[in-house]
Design a protein around this ligand. Structure first.
Ligand SMILES: [Zn+2]
Ligand SMILES: [Zn+2]
Length: 133
């Protein structure tokens, strides 16, 4: 019997296409990224820390080349952690940036390329207001 039931951090599935997401190092943090569409899943706390510490997002955001593989706009995506429906959020100041968020666990799904954009403009305050943190 092998002693291999260690699953400290279970594999998330991409809300867009169901691909198993990869663990990617972002500075000192580990985030989940989809190898198919490039979407990135953050815990809200992770996102706050990454933005606060100015982790160079180019290291993990592989850019917008894969963006066209994203699901149709109207398709309901669900949280990879708790299967709650994700809600669409767009940034008032950067309306081209849209992301999905889970109101249950506070996770945030961003499309490839958008993290680079959003890193130039802190979304944290808005998220805080949204979740009333
Ligand atoms: Zn994906
Ligand atoms: Zn969730």
């Amino acid at each position: 019997m092998a002693d291999t039931d260690t699953t400290p951090d279970f594999i998330l599935r991409c809300p867009n296409d169901g691909t198993k997401m990869e663990k990617v190092q972002a500075g000192e943090y580990i985030i989940d990224r989809c190898g198919t569409c490039g979407s990135i899943w953050f815990d809200l706390a992770e996102l706050q820390r990454i933005l606060a510490h100015e982790v160079p997002v180019e290291k993990f955001d592989i850019g917008g080349d894969l963006r066209s593989t994203a699901s149709p706009e109207h398709e309901q995506r669900v949280c990879p952690r708790d299967s709650s429906p994700l809600i669409d959020v767009s940034d008032i100041n950067q309306p081209h940036i849209r992301y999905q968020t889970c109101t249950v666990c506070g996770g945030v799904l961003m499309a490839a390329g958008d993290v680079k954009d959003i890193a130039h403009f802190s979304v944290v305050e808005r998220l805080k207001a949204f979740f009333r943190l």
